[in-house]
Ligand binder design. Sequence first.
Ligand code: PAF
Length: 345
Amino acid sequence: MIATRIPGPATRAEPARKSANLAASLAALALGTTLVAGPALAQTEVNVGFALAATSHYGVAGEKWKEVVDAGTDGRYSLTLHPSSALGGERDVIEGLQIGTIEATIVSSGTLSSFVPEVGVFDIPFLFRDLNHARAVLDGPIGEAMLAKFEDQGLVALAWGEQGFRHITNNRNAIATPADVKGLKIRTMENPVHITAFQTLGAAPTPMAWPEVIVGLQQGTIDGQENPLSVITSAHLSETQKYLTLSGHVYSPAMILVSKMFWDGLTPEDQEVFRKGAIEAKAAMRAFVDAAETNGEAQLKSEGMEITKLSDEQKAAFREALKPAYAEYAKKYGQDLIDQIIATK
Ligand code: PAF
C-alpha cells in the first residue's frame, strides 16, 4: 500500500484544523501526488508547550502522551513537545490554547486560578496530608468537577498530573521557623493563594513567571523560590541556591490541558485516544514524582545544598502563623469544600 503523508504546519497549528487538512490534501492532489486510501493521508502536528526540561516530569508525561496518541491515531496526529518554556510562560501558553494558536500544555496550578478561580482551593497550604490524599481528591468527584469547569474558558482539562509538595530554597538563611522567612524576597507563582500565604508569614513574595526565575536567583533580585523536589532537581536549582527547607508547605497539582478549538475538531474516537494518553501521561508524571520524593533529598545534598527538614511541630508553627490566611481561604472557597477535601480518604 502506498500512503502519502502530508506534513502538518511546521510550527503552531491554526484553529481551523479540519479545513487545513483538507487544504493540504487538495494542494497535494494539485501537485499530482497520488493519495491511495489508507489510514494516514495527512498528519496533524499537535504542539504541546511546557515550562520544564524534556527530562522533567512534564517531559516524561509528554513523551508518554505522544506515544499513545501517535500510535492510537496511526500517526494522523503527532505530538511535538516544546519544553523549557519555548512557547512562553505558563499563562502565555494557556492563553494560546484559548485562541487556538497552541494545541496543548502541561501546567502547574500557578496561573490556573486566573482562568477558573475555584481551582485555587487546592493551593491552600498544608491542606493535603500526603500524596495519596491529594491523588484521592483529584481523581475523585471534587477533582473531576474542577476539570469540567475549564470548558467554559475555551479549555479542555483532560487529567490532573502533579509535581509533588513544594519546598523552599533560598540563598539568605536556613529556615526552620516562620521568623526565618520574614522579609525573604521569595519568588512565588502568579497564584493569589500562595501570595497571601507568604505575605501572612511576613515574607516579601514576588510573583514571577518561571522563565525569569533562574536569572532572578543568579542576579540576586530574589533570595529564593519554592517548588517541589521534581522541579528543584530537574531544573538544577542546587547550582543557584544554597539552602533547602523541606517544608512541604503546599501540594502542587499539574494539569494536562487542550485547546477547546482543537478538541472540537477531533472525532469522538480520536478524543478518546487523547484522553487515554493523558491518563497514561498522568501515571508517568506521578511515577517521576514518586522517584523524586524518594531520591531528591540525597541528590540535592550530594550537590551541596544545606537541607533543613521541618518536623511535625515546626510545620504546626507555620500553620499557626498562617491562621489569618486560612480565614481568608475559608471565605473565598467555602469551609464546606475545604472540609470535604480534608475528610477525603
Ligand atoms: O514554579 C512554577 O512556576 C511551576 O511549578 C513550574 C516550575 C513552572 C512548573 O510548572
